[in-house]
Design a protein. Structure first.
Length: 95
């Protein structure tokens, strides 16, 4: 889907696993108005970053790292870096 400002939007459907980060990720989700009278839940950008890093580790695909760069370009100043670092460390994603 393309928005009027010219940037591309993409939707990833994430089936959560069970664990402490997944529980916190679910608690941090945000409800947004997608269309008039239609709302949906989205993951916080920090949790998308963590999920992308996890998928990169599991698949080896650099596409997930490129997605991380894109998220940081759009939301970089708003990202809770302490949260990302804490969970990245706990999930062993920094090695």
């Amino acid at each position: 889907m393309r928005d009027p400002r010219g940037s591309a939007n993409k939707v990833d459907v994430i089936i959560p696993r069970r664990g402490p980060w997944e529980e916190e990720q679910l608690a941090r989700r945000r409800r947004i108005a997608l269309f008039p009278n239609h709302e949906c839940w989205i993951a916080a950008p920090e949790d998308v970053l963590i999920a992308k890093m996890r998928w990169h580790r599991e698949s080896g695909s650099d596409r997930h790292l490129r997605d991380c760069v894109g998220i940081l370009k759009v939301s970089g100043d708003l990202i809770d870096r302490d949260y990302v670092e804490r969970w990245s460390s706990a999930l062993d994603l920094l090695a």
